[in-house]
Design a protein. Sequence first.
Length: 627
Amino acid sequence: MFKLRNQRLITAFISIESQTFCSVASPLSVLDDGQSHEHNTPILSTQVQESSFLDPRFYLSALINCKNLQQIKSLHTQLYDDGLLNDLYILNKLLYMYVRYNGVDDAYNLFDKMPERNPVSWSVMIGGFAKAGNYKKCFETFREYIRSGEQPDVYTLPSVVRVCRDRLDLKMGRLVHQIVHKFGLNMNTFICAAIVDMYAKCGVIDDARKLFNMMTKRDITTWTVMIGAYTACGNASESLVLFDQMQEVGIVPDKISMVTVVNACAKLGAMHKAKHVHDLIRRQYRSLDVILGTAMIDMYAKCGNLESAREIFNGMKEKNVISWSTMIAAYGYHGKGQKALELFPMMSKTGITPNKITFVSLLYACSHSGLVEEGLQVFSQMQEKYFIKPDVKHYTCMVDLLGRAGRLHQAFNLIENMTAEKDEGLWSALLGACKIYNHVEMAQKAAESLLEIQPHNASHYVSLSNIYAKAGKWENVAKIRTQMVSQNLKKTPGWTWVEARNDFHRFCSGDHTHSESKAIYEKLDSLIQKLELCGYVPDTNFVLHDVNEELKLGSLYAHSEKLAIAYGIISTPEKSPIRMTKNLRVCGDCHTFIKFVSTVEKREIIVRDAKRFHHVSEGVCSCGDYW
Ligand code: ZN
Ligand code: ZN
């Protein structure tokens, strides 16, 4: 009976460690009897003295009521004086209380002197080191535990696994997995869930899935871990498949799994799925709390539906700084800078103080809407009124803002004078602006800085090569090509996904793998003929430069965006909007092409690329050709 209670306690304790595994009751609900004590009140005052003095139960209740390290220590002394330091149950509780109030060294002193230890003592000590961030001691104690011949259990193993996860220590993680095997615990749901989580966070998603598939029983936590893991590693569509499977086996999604799947929809920009998940949420919850609500704002915004995002935002009873910043960022993605700026004073009125993220969202919104003066104002307000020191993300927005407006030298000066560490995003922003304004010299500087930071990123070489090509410096183009070949660097392939018939269809450049490929190319041919009559001229500047004109045209025609649009047209009802996602930035020629298609086919086309959203209708894009 005593052991059982203690195990509940330890389970609760372990749950402090991780939010993912918060299915166990809060430690306070197990520990606290509801009485409150002033800090530093002598805990053994009248209560114990009036009662039978050596009854351990009174010490236990006194221990449980301790509120700080000092109280625990004085109680520890009293226990020693009263000769009660050989009661394992009391010792374990003392150990636990030390750990709980951040006295891991005191805990270890006690642990070291304990005449006898049981699995609970070991668990508390191992978990205690993990909680204190002393991973070396945590692993050492675990090793000592295994050597002592004790059988590791459902309390010790998960906390060690979680340390491996947090430290991304895959080697140690695999070792613990072997121990789990050795002790025949490989079918334990609790332990396996922790290992799946560890593998996923360490980036070995296939190992996570293998173990997940082998589990005979999976609880909602395990499903959620697996669903989230796929989104984190860039395969959000698998997350959605798993979410459906989870419901098919009869598991009703809880809030955490809902947030996870909402994030998957956001990553994917999957509008039909987003609506489906929203329906589910509506059925289950009467109102949205701040976490789920904020995730949904992001989801709708990234699915290209700004109105729904705003509706969710307006309907939320409680909003925090992240909810506001997410809504501001949403307007930014969609090129509605003015709307984003309007939200800012509204937010201040509610008494919420903006943080670094809010300002990134605001500056981003300004840069993607060409609001130069407003952006400059926000940037100085952030420093002077809110005393926020700009980091590289803020500078990147500023460089983007100034660069796009053609104020290249001002942007360059900003970079030269900044103290924050420069990263590839910053230089890419400058490079992008240099490309728009054909500033070869500065572009070269930006590209070279990029190559210093990321010497193996093929796209930087391609950028530099394109800059030289545009300037007619063919020798330099050839040099870069040779460098790329010798380092075996390949460009990230471009992909475009189009939403049609309740599914996603993926195309790469020159794709012939789709089952309706023939019809797609026929549609593309007729489309291009129609477009050319309306004045569309393919812009071959956007193709690498040393191929001949005809070949260039060939590859340009078959860009993944164009194939996706052609398929979108033949597979969705007339005049309905077409939604697409591109993994890279949409190229200039495809951008022009999309604008023409929107006029000729009378369609609204929503394209999400790596940088932002383009809402194209009647030949005009929301980005103002500024992206
Ligand atoms: Zn293109
Ligand atoms: Zn656009």
